[in-house]
Write a protein that binds this ligand. Structure first.
Ligand code: GLC
Length: 717
């Protein structure tokens, strides 16, 4: 398609409509042929609706075709709509939430899951997914931790790249869809972990921790970027010229589509940044947003802003060309239905192949936090109790697109299927509400069952909508009812495991000692129950490691491994000191640190060695360490490499992840693991905001979590 020639035919009104995105239910007339509810609220005219450029929130291939047909019947220039959707961790077959995928530390698996989601999405008529979400998260009170791959910028960058590759491929396959990285920027740093709250941080922190995964995504060829709801330094991202124009466009060279978040333009009034929709449009044009999602500022005030010289036709044309270019790249001018195909939907949705991949992902994302020997259950176990509010329901999590709980394997169903010869009984045990109080009837029934059973699986934590957008929590501990149930069951039956479903780290300091075994399952998706059954029966081992720190208590939030030493560090977390950086009532360290996770095998890592005490500029050093399986079972573990820049022009974290490798070892076997460090791995934003590696001493750690202490030093000349 000659998109420049097409642009030349477009009126200003058509260009502004092309830069607007409305829900699918705004674009089809109601039964009387009139403008429907949401469109009416937005005061859209039939002309504006007919020229709209893109849509979101529709259901499947049939509706996509109906909406496209309706649109093309009335669009003067026959410019097809582009269909976008929040495919965050699967379309209909749902894999674990992104925070769980972060726990796999497995970019191949991440890529495969994203590609699977793309196949189902393309068949359902989706051309763009509003994913990956790459917001760094350090505060577990924030509900959207579930959507991130965690607290480490290095891991987040790798996972973002893998998702983009999985979704987009090289755009040669029919199932390749465009990815949209979000939310630009630093949405995950909302003050107090409360969603949509303000963000305030130094430029150094922004560049060092909150921007890199976006830069990695831009360099990976992501086709779109979404700006965030929050303010940064008092400026909402939708109107933040410095963020979008100066950094994203000019410094990074991002020349593709920038889309706002949902109604975020008009929220600039609510923030108190703009006085009316006219100013919202003005600020957004100046910042350089190409598509306005679900609000009407461009379409209603673009003409006036142009006439008043507040925006130029060149700017508008640049945005429209970006949108037309993506439509052309996705083949929409050749086939406005793209890959929408109801038969293909039926073939792909919940296929055994897709279920198998989701099962693998759920197995590889479950973190074994504690095991006093209660696990594994033996295969010949005969009486199993499955107890808890999340025992008999598919745990597919927030942002689960077209996924359906009833199509997901619950823990109860998974264990029954895995142990057909066993008697498996269920009890609710307690109510699943956030602040549930103990119901003695439910508790007594559960305790009786625990007495009867050879083994007990408790299914606790959070429901699907206790994390996710708008679902922040001030208290991230388990409810009193859940704690009382755990204490009662654990006292009665030593072969009991607490399985936690959650979209965030939970504060377990008050209950961990009462548990025999604890598994963090996150929100595991369509095959969660079958994955858990395989894990507790040791048909597969636990491989995952925490992508985000688990605090003892919410009062430690935000808490993260790559913290700073301070001038008065608490050297030993077991005893308080005077006039040092500490809490009187809790340790500084988390209960379970970033990178932590157990398995059925057991490993140890010898102190690391470095190939040379001096690294010359432009050269590398090799760091090696011997890893040994000291358990009785064959298994694998994730060996992690961290660095510490001892002295620099700005203070540097006590550790920074710079590599990891999965090592499989037979019982008793040892292997030397090697990592190569180059100058690039030592770079940071220095006092002058230059991205450089400063000369001086570095410590290098090789271990099984970020709590590793053993290290070796080298000097960068
Ligand atoms: C939501 C979310 C964003 C999502 C968009 C469209 O409010 O913030 O992540 O992509 O709206 O659903």
């Amino acid at each position: 398609m000659d998109i420049k020639a097409l642009l030349a035919k477009m009126t200003l009104e058509e260009k502004l409509a092309q830069m607007s995105q409305f829900n699918a239910n705004c674009l089809v007339p109601d039964s009387e042929g009139g403008v429907t509810g949401p469109a009416k609220t937005l005061e859209l005219t039939e002309e504006e609706i007919s020229a709209t450029g893109s849509t979101l929130n529709f259901v499947g291939a049939a509706e996509m075709k109906r909406v496209q047909d309706t649109h093309l019947k009335s669009d003067r220039l026959q410019i097809p709509l582009i269909f976008m959707q929040d495919v965050i961790h699967g379309y209909r077959t749902i894999y674990p939430i992104p925070l769980a995928m972060g726990a796999t530390f497995d970019t191949e698996l991440m890529r495969d899951c994203a590609e699977m989601a793309a196949k189902e999405s393309a068949a359902a008529g989706v051309q763009v997914t509003f994913s990956p979400m790459v917001d760094l998260v350090r505060d577990a009170r924030w509900g959207r931790c579930m959507e991130s791959t965690g607290e480490d910028v290095y891991l987040n960058g790798l996972m973002a790249k893998a998702q983009i590759e999985g979704y987009q491929g090289d755009f040669t396959k029919k199932h390749n869809i465009a990815a949209c990285v979000k939310h630009f920027a630093c949405y995950g740093a909302a003050e107090s972990g409360r969603d949509y709250n303000l963000v305030d941080m130094s430029n150094h922190t922004l560049r060092e921790y909150y921007l890199p995964a976006f830069r990695t995504s831009v360099d990976a060829g992501v086709e779109m970027l979404m700006t965030s709801f929050n303010t940064l330094g008092g400026v909402p991202s939708s109107g933040n010229k410095w963020l979008v124009q100066d950094i994203l466009r000019e410094e990074w060279g991002f020349d593709k589509i920038v889309i706002s978040d949902y109604n975020a333009f008009r929220e600039m009034k609510t923030h108190g940044f703009c006085k009316d929709n006219y100013e919202c449009a003005e600020r957004a044009f100046a910042a350089g947003t190409d598509i306005e999602m679900m609000s009407n500022c461009y379409i209603k005030f673009g003409k006036q802003l142009l006439e008043e010289g507040k925006v130029t036709m060149e700017q508008i044309d640049e945005s429209v060309l970006r949108i037309l270019a993506l439509k052309d790249k996705l083949g929409l001018f050749d086939n406005p239905y793209a890959c929408a195909d109801t038969e293909e939907e039926k073939r792909l949705f919940l296929s055994e192949e897709h279920r198998a991949l989701c099962r693998t992902a759920a197995e590889k994302s479950a973190v074994l936090l504690k095991n006093d020997g209660a696990l594994p259950f033996s295969e010949d176990i005969r009486r199993v109790a499955v107890i808890g509010p999340y025992a008999d329901i598919g745990m597919i999590g927030f942002w689960s697109c077209m996924g359906r709980e009833e199509e997901a394997v619950s823990v109860l169903a998974g264990i029954k299927a895995a142990l057909p010869a066993a008697e498996v009984r269920y009890a609710a045990g307690c109510d699943g509400a956030l602040l549930a109080r103990t119901d003695t009837e439910l508790l007594d029934e559960a305790l009786e069952l625990a007495k009867w059973a050879d083994a007990v699986v408790l299914c606790l934590g959070e429901g699907r909508n206790m994390s996710g957008e708008g679902n922040s929590r001030a208290d991230i501990s388990l409810s009193d009812a859940q704690c009382e149930l755990i204490r009662g069951v654990s006292r009665i039956n030593a072969r009991s495991v607490v399985t936690l479903f959650s979209g965030r780290p939970l504060a377990l300091g008050n209950i961990i000692d009462d548990c025999h075994a604890v598994i963090e399952m996150w929100q595991p998706g369509t095959e969660g129950g079958s994955a858990l059954a395989n894990l507790i029966l040791a048909r597969c081992d636990f491989e995952a490691r925490l992508p985000m720190s688990f605090p003892y208590h919410v009062g430690q939030a935000p808490i993260y491994y790559n913290r700073f030493r301070t001038g008065r560090p608490k050297k030993n977390d077991t005893k308080a000191g005077a006039y040092i950086s500490q809490y009187l009532d809790y340790p500084n360290a988390p209960l379970f640190p970033f990178g932590y996770g157990l398995s059925y095998a057991d490993f140890e890592v010898a102190p690391p060695k470095v190939s040379s005490p001096l690294m010359h500029r432009g050269e590398t050093v090799t760091v090696s360490a011997e890893v040994k399986n000291i358990g009785e079972r064959d298994g694998s573990t994730l060996v992690q490499l961290y660095i510490r820049d001892m002295v620099a022009s700005v203070v540097r974290p006590v550790k920074e992840l710079r590599g990891f490798a999965r090592v499989s070892l037979k019982a008793g076997e040892s292997k030397t693991v090697e990592f190569t460090l180059d100058e690039e791995a030592l770079k940071f934003y220095n006092i002058n905001e230059e991205f450089v590696a400063e000369s001086g001493e570095f410590s290098v750690f090789v271990g099984l979590s970020s709590a590793v202490d053993e290290c070796v030093q080298f000097t960068l000349e």
